[in-house]
Unconditional design. Structure first.
Length: 116
């Protein structure tokens, strides 16, 4: 099972914002790029994946993010959807995913949602 965090960004997260958010997660984490950057894993020193982040996707349909997440809160429109999945077997992984989300939001604006 995973702990999921969805970051709904007001502005498109560029490479600098995304890299900065990865760096904010901690200097000891390793980065593993999968499928030409479509997925990025933050790994521990033993190269075990802790958090997997998908590339940003633009959501153009009004209300679609609310429908998919089952929330009623007002969201910016359109939004850039960035998903981070933390493995539950690693105690620090959910905290790392939340730190990534907070760092990305500090640059792009928007809101986040989590699975718990």
């Amino acid at each position: 099972m995973t702990y999921d965090v969805v970051v709904l960004c007001e502005r498109q997260p560029d490479a600098g914002a995304t890299l900065g958010a990865f760096r904010a997660c901690g200097p000891s984490l390793l980065v593993n790029v999968i499928d030409r950057g479509a997925l990025v894993q933050l790994c521990d020193a033993q190269e075990r994946p802790l958090v997997t982040v998908e590339g940003a996707r633009l959501v153009l349909v009004p209300g679609e993010a609310q429908r998919l997440l089952g929330i009623e809160a007002e969201l910016p429109h359109p939004v850039w959807w960035v998903e981070a999945r933390a493995v539950r077997s690693a105690p620090d992984a959910p905290r790392i995913a939340r730190r990534f989300a907070a760092a990305l939001l500090s640059v792009t604006g928007g809101v986040s949602w989590s699975s718990r």
